[in-house]
Structures are given as structure tokens and as C-alpha cells.
Design a protein around this ligand. Structure first.
Ligand code: AMP
Ligand code: ZN
Length: 471
């Protein structure tokens, strides 16, 4: 029997009990990356929290099927169907073909995910694999009167719906947050909120990827891909659909419009949105040019899982501001945590009652609208609690199936920039100096310090003992 999760639903703007269509099973969909550039750590905040959601649902006893698309066509510079296709922009920037760009950045995305312990969804489907399905859905929408052809593009007619702005209590103005760049008006549209299902030549005739269709050679709009790929792999009923808050409008609003018009019934009951990661100058975005990636964090010496812990410390529905100061603190806490866990004695007796008590505390935290910072607090409580080391190890192992912080992987080896033999030599010299000082032979102690300095090593006497660093 699975445990019920309380989750904030953007559709109702309330925290609700999560009840999937089929007992014990969850159909979950995640909007995948637009693979024209590296993912920035803001994008990855969304994927980390969606990963925690999936793992929490599994921890609570659900059988989860998770599907993700890869946007390799159709996502224009503005979410409101204007500007250049982002993929084409990436290809031009790097003097490569669109498919080369897609292949390169899809691999880069999954490599980042691996570093952050983000599980690969059960199904990953690139949009360019599903052109015939998109055409079929668009034909159905045209036949049912929900779409029209104008200026050689096919548009969805939002006036045919009783309720287009389904994320209802948000004002139209608020929803426009998702429209990222300047919006130039498209004269073909019957209503301002109509959106493109299929582009033919229109003004985008430099598009590299094009396919035959009943409306001429062209390519799909961005929104249609998630509706189609979702329905293709999860059927007519989806339980939970995820993305960053910028996806609420227009992307998810349009997905709902076309999917429900196509299916003739409600499509997805719960909508999960992760708030943005910001830097000091505002929202992190790929179009800003200079953005933070996992590789950049690694170059600066951070373990990628420090960033995962940084994300878990804060609630997914709050904006999060990135700073190196917080990352430095996090790095210390993370290293300390792994060190303390490494010291636990695994040969002690297991205490099932304590295990159940703390497991249920952890479960309560994640089932409470994914309270990940509380879940981490429970992990710290376990370390301090009065129970055997074996019980602690088993609990932390269990929590880590959700947190995915490699908690039991031991202390992180610190790359101090010297090889093992030289490090052993330095440590010997430090011991020799310690002995000299004990014998009050300060001349010898100073000579050792000087000897090491000549070899590029600085010694520091601290309250915790002698420390060394490269000069
Ligand atoms: P994209 O590759 O631009 O299609 O975005 C991939 C995912 O990252 C989407 O779910 C976006 O909503 C999400 N996203 C974009 N910017 C941010 C940000 N600064 N913080 C968190 N998530 C973001
Ligand atoms: Zn999507």
C-alpha cells in the first residue's frame, strides 16, 4: 500500500492529496531540454527536483513510469512563436548541422544528469522521432474545428475552448512571464493567444529541418511535441506533468489546450512547477550568453553533488539565489556529512524499531509537498540519535535512494594538486618538525619549514594542527 503525498498543484493553486488514475501507478511527464546549448545549473535545478519527486513517489510505494522529450526542433527564440528556431541558432553559432548540435548537447545533458545523480527517465524521446504523430494530432484538431490554416501555417484556435487560461487564478499578465523575448504580432492569428501547431515557409524558410505534411513542407511547433510524446507513451491520462515555472505559460497552457481538444476529456490532474534559480542579476537563462554549467562548477573545484545538496536545502516552490559563499558552506557541510557517515561501525546490531521510527519521519518530510530540507534535517538527526551505527547506516542508505547524495561513498578525496609520494614526503616533514618543536629545537623546525617552502609548500600552524598548501 502506497503512502499518500501532499503536493502543490498549479492547476488549483493548492496543496492537495496526490491521487493517480490507477492505484499504485504514476504516469509522469517532464518537459525535456532544448538541446541547442549546455544546460545551465538553473535548468538542472528543475531536473534535480523532478528527480527527487520521481524518487519520492517510488519511495512512497508507487510504480512510476516517467517520460521526457528532447526538444530538437520547433522551439523558437520567444515562447510566443516568434524569432528564430533555437536549434538553428545553435547550429549557426557552432558552424554545425542541427542534428550534430542536438546529438552533442543531448549527450552533454545526460552527462550532467549523471554527475548530479539524476536518473534517466524510463522513456526519452526526441521530437524529431515523432513527426508522423504530430501530423496526425494536427489533422485531428483541424477536422474537429480546433485549428485553422492561415498564411500557410496551422494554428490552434484558442477561442474554441471554454477555458484557455486554465492556470486560472493567475492573471494574463502574470502568465506572460513565460514569454521570454519581445513578442512581435503575427497577423495570421485570429486571436492573440492562438499558437502555431505547424510552420511551413512563412518567415522561417531558412529552417534546416523540414518534413512533408498535408500543409506543405515545414516543421512542428514546440508545444505539440510534449502533448504527442506524452500521449504516445503514457496514454490518454497523465497523472503529473513537470517543468520550471516559465513553462506554465504559454507552453503548458497550450499543451493542455491541444491535448484536451484532441482527447475530448481532461488530460492531466497535477501540474508540478519548480521555481527558478537566479543569480545576482536575475533569472539564469541560456540566451544571456554567460551562464553557469556543471563543468564550470567542477573547474572551480566543487563536487557536482554539492550543487544537488544546495538545491535540496531549499524548497522547490521558492526562488533560489545562487552564490559561491553558500556553495562554499555547502561544500563543507557535505564533506563533513560524508566523513561522519564513513566513521559509522557497520558491524553493530540493527534496531528495527528505530529504523521504522526515523524512516517514517523521513517519509513524512518528502510526502509534505517535497520538503527536502526537512528530509536532510532527518538525516542529520539520525547521525545524532541514540541508536546503533548499523541502524544509522541502513537509514541513510534508505534515504539516499531519494536524496541521491552518495552519502555512503566515504570522504571525498581532496585534490590538493600534488602526487601521493610528494604528499607522503610533506606529511613526514611535518611530523619531523613537530618532533623538533617538542624537543625545543626551533632552528631545526624553522629549517624544515624553509625546506618545504623551497619546494613550493607553505605550512600554517592552526588550532586544529599544522596545515599545508601549495604556495
Ligand atoms: P529549456 O532547455 O530552456 O527548454 O529548459 C529546460 C527546463 O529548465 C524547463 O523545465 C525550464 O522551465 C527550466 N528552467 C529554465 N530556466 C530555469 C531557471 N533559471 N531555474 C530553474 N529552471 C529553469
Ligand atoms: Zn513540454
Amino acid at each position: 500500500m502506497e503512502n499518500k503525498m501532499q503536493i502543490f498543484n498549479t492547476l488549483t493553486r493548492k496543496v492537495e492529496s496526490f491521487i493517480p488514475h490507477t492505484d499504485g501507478k504514476v504516469n509522469m511527464y517532464t518537459c525535456g531540454p532544448t538541446v541547442y546549448h549546455f544546460a545551465h545549473i538553473g535548468n538542472l535545478r528543475s531536473y534535480i527536483m523532478e528527480d527527487v519527486l520521481e524518487k519520492s513517489l517510488r519511495y512512497a510505494g508507487y510504480d512510476v513510469k516517467r517520460v521526457m522529450n528532447i526538444t530538437d526542433v520547433g522551439h523558437l527564440a520567444s515562447d510566443a512563436d516568434t524569432g528564430e528556431d533555437k536549434m538553428l541558432k545553435g547550429a549557426k553559432r557552432e558552424h554545425k548541422t542541427v542534428m550534430e548540435i542536438a546529438d552533442f548537447y543531448t549527450k552533454a545533458f545526460f552527462s550532467d544528469c549523471e554527475k548530479l545523480n539524476i536518473k534517466r527517465p524510463d522513456v526519452v524521446e526526441p521530437a524529431t522521432n515523432c513527426i508522423s504523430e504530430f501530423i496526425h494530432m494536427i489533422e485531428t484538431l483541424l477536422n474537429e474545428g480546433y485549428a485553422y490554416v492561415a498564411g500557410e501555417n496551422v494554428y490552434f484556435d484558442t477561442s474554441k475552448l471554454k477555458d484557455y487560461y486554465v492556470f486560472s487564478s493567475q492573471s494574463e499578465k502574470e502568465l506572460m512571464v513565460g514569454v521570454r523575448e519581445d513578442v512581435s504580432e503575427d497577423k495570421n492569428k485570429r486571436n492573440k493567444s492562438d499558437f502555431v501547431l505547424w510552420f511551413t515557409k512563412s518567415k522561417f524558410d531558412n529552417q534546416e529541418l523540414k518534413w512533408e505534411s498535408p500543409w506543405g513542407v515545414g516543421y512542428p511547433g514546440w508545444h505539440i511535441e510534449c502533448s504527442c510524446i506524452g500521449i504516445k507513451h503514457l496514454g490518454e491520462y497523465m497523472d503529473i506533468h513537470c517543468g520550471g515555472v516559465d513553462n506554465i505559460f504559454p507552453h503548458h497552457t497550450n499543451e493542455i489546450a491541444q491535448s484536451e481538444a484532441y482527447l475530448g476529456h481532461k488530460w492531466c490532474n497535477y501540474w508540478f512547477h519548480v521555481h527558478h534559480l537566479n543569480d545576482k542579476s536575475g533569472k539564469m537563462s541560456k540566451s544571456k550568453g554567460d551562464f553557469l554549467t556543471v563543468s564550470l562548477l567542477e573547474e572551480k573545484g566543487y563536487h557536482p553533488l554539492v550543487y544537488r545538496m544546495f538545491c535540496l536545502q531549499s524548497h522547490y516552490r521558492k526562488p533560489l539565489e545562487f552564490s559561491y559563499e553558500v556553495m562554499d558552506n555547502m561544500e563543507n557541510s557535505y564533506q563533513k556529512l560524508r566523513k561522519s557517515i564513513a566513521k559509522l561501525d557497520d558491524t553493530t546490531e540493527f534496531e528495527p524499531d528505530k529504523f521504522d521510527e526515523y524512516k517514517s519521519k523521513f517519509l513524512d518530510a518528502i510526502l509534505d509537498d517535497l520538503n527536502t530540507s526537512m528530509a536532510l534535517t532527518v538525516a542529520y538527526e539520525v547521525l545524532k540519535a541514540d541508536m546503533s551505527d548499523k541502524t544509522k547506516t541502513e537509514l541513510l542508505k534508505s534515504f539516499d535512494t531519494v536524496l541521491s547524495l552518495d552519502l555512503l561513498a566515504g570522504e571525498i578525496p581532496v585534490d590538493n594538486g600534488v602526487d601521493a609520494d610528494f604528499e607522503a614526503y610533506i606529511l613526514d616533514k611535518i611530523e619531523e618538525r613537530k618532533a623538533a618543536k617538542k624537543d625545543k629545537d626551533f632552528a631545526k623546525a624553522d629549517a624544515i619549514r624553509g625546506e618545504l617552502l623551497e619546494k613550493g609548500i607553505i605550512l600554517e600552524d592552526t588550532r586544529e594542527g599544522v596545515k599545508w598548501k601549495k604556495a
